[in-house]
Design a protein around this ligand. Structure first.
Ligand code: ATP
Ligand code: MG
Length: 267
């Protein structure tokens, strides 16, 4: 199962991506959590101590690795084909919450026709993760889905667009949904987060309706989660509140994904 999580800055992407990854790991799945944000912080949410988290070098910034993969004997000329499967074995970190974590980092000129070596490694790695791996892969993305690139996006099985009730968050969510449709992601769902009042619930329901996507979950505002954010600690799963809603969401996603793959595989 390949799930990408995106939405405007601060809407709760990392919290939700980490909670989903932790849930699937606790259910016995092999899980790869990918931090594809330019200011990565998924490591802390998955329980890695701060010093360990700060020692992680994102793949895009690992000059030795990039050189190893792409250098040729001619200066200014780099290889375009190389293997990336060994990167996960070498650089993914086992986290206390269970999932393996790979921090991608970003390349400044990502997107628009950039052809630098770091970009080609990230592109190939993204493709490998989304198209070829067997694990449950959870991607914590930035606001948009530009990272995925052509040929990779359409293999994302479920795109979760996170929004709180704020207008700007909803506008960003709508823009992402439009882009995702163009990039042929088939299963796009809205997740309402930090829902504190019936009015916010109604606003998020309307947002899903207007964008013609299912509302996958309404995750309540949770004081424990907010406190964990303030202290910078990982959220303790109390089995109630927001973590409980995310556990239900995880079960629901796994259920529909299983049905989809049953439909795909001929009997
Ligand atoms: N349901 C919730 N209830 C209360 N607080 C929440 C909830 N979801 C997220 N938060 C808090 O909101 C803050 C932002 O969450 P998070 O870091 O997951 O967002 P993000 O979208 O990943 O942000 P960024 O764009 O900066 O990466 C955190 O302090 C987190 O603890
Ligand atoms: Mg984040």
């Amino acid at each position: 199962m390949k799930i990408a999580v995106c939405g405007k800055g601060g809407v709760g992407k990392t919290f939700i991506a980490a909670s989903l990854a932790e849930h699937y790991a606790a259910c016995g799945h092999a899980v790869l959590a990918i931090d594809a944000d330019s200011s990565p912080n998924l490591a802390l949410s998955l329980g890695l101590p701060r010093e360990e988290a700060s020692r992680i070098v994102p793949v895009a910034e690992n000059e030795e690795l990039i050189r190893l993969k792409t250098a040729t004997e001619y200066s200014g000329v780099f290889r375009l084909t190389f293997t990336v499967d060994d990167i996960i074995a070498k650089y993914a970190e086992k986290t206390p919450a269970g999932p393996n974590l790979l921090v991608m980092g970003t390349v400044k000129a990502m997107g628009s026709g950039c052809t630098c070596p770091a970009h080609s490694v990230i592109k190939a790695l993204m493709r490998h993760l989304v198209v070829e791996r067997d694990e449950v892969v959870i991607l914590d993305m930035e606001a948009g889905i530009e990272h995925l690139g052509r040929g990779t996006a359409e293999h994302v099985e479920i795109l979760l667009v996170i929004s709180d009730a704020n207008r700007k968050s909803r506008e960003t969510a709508s823009a992402i949904i439009r882009l995702a449709r163009e990039s042929e992601i088939h299963d796009i769902r809205l997740v309402g987060n930090r829902v504190a009042t019936p009015r916010e619930e109604e606003i998020l329901k309307s947002c899903a309706l207007e964008n013609q996507v299912p509302l996958a979950a309404l995750i309540p505002f949770d004081r424990n989660v907010a406190e964990a954010g303030i202290s910078g600690e990982a959220v303790r799963n109390t089995g109630a509140g927001a973590p409980a809603s995310i556990a239900l969401l995880a079960q629901d996603l796994a259920g529909t994904n299983e049905k989809k793959s049953l439909r795909r595989s001929p009997q």
